[in-house]
Design a protein around this ligand. Structure first.
Ligand code: HEM
Length: 156
């Protein structure tokens, strides 16, 4: 056990909360309903996207983020780099201000689904998602996806 890790409790608390939200897709479905309802700009961004696929991928991205933060695995970092390029200026061009809205919609959805929601749980989500958001935002101006990555990773 690596209990000495300073962020361990946030990662564990986030993981436990995610597990309480259930294995089904209700959390992610509710989140995207809230997010798409929240602004015309968000709806416009998703206009040609396969929201079902994005919903599934978001769950994977959360697990990748956990592994990346807990273990620093390069495979997870490479996955997150690919996601960052999808969102960057040369990809879907997700402007940094949209992440605040994203986070508030996500926290609303988690609050509805986690029976043990508390200020500590909220802090853990903010901590973990804050790390993910900083990762994506810091790569906003980065290069676009290489065509073969885009083909295998983004398109169904
Ligand atoms: C930390 C925050 C976020 C994470 C972890 C995240 C994660 C993801 C993931 C995993 C995908 C699927 C990519 C793929 O494999 O094709 C995706 C797609 C997408 N995301 Fe995000 N996202 C975040 C924030 C946002 C925000 C704020 C927006 C603003 C509207 C957004 C808009 C999109 C769009 C439009 C797609 C579809 C891309 C496509 O299929 O072409 N995301 N996101």
């Amino acid at each position: 056990m690596t209990t000495a890790h300073p962020q361990k409790s946030e990662i564990e608390s986030f993981n436990d909360s995610l597990a309480r939200c259930g294995r089904g897709d209700q959390l992610f479905q509710r989140f995207y309903d809230l997010f798409l309802d929240s602004s015309a700009e968000v709806r416009e961004k998703f206009r040609n996207a396969d929201v079902r696929k994005v919903r599934r991928e978001l769950k994977t991205a959360f697990y990748m983020l956990v592994e990346y933060m807990a273990m620093g695995w390069p495979e997870c970092e490479a996955y997150l780099e690919r996601i960052a390029r999808v969102h960057g200026r040369q990809g879907r061009d997700i402007a940094p201000h949209l992440y605040d809205l994203w986070l508030e919609c996500l926290l609303r959805a988690v609050k509805e689904h986690d029976a043990l929601w508390s200020s500590e749980v909220e802090a853990a989500w903010r901590y973990m998602m804050g790390a993910g958001i900083s990762f994506l935002k810091s790569r906003y101006d980065g290069p676009p996806l290489a065509p073969e990555t885009a083909r295998t990773g983004v398109n169904p």
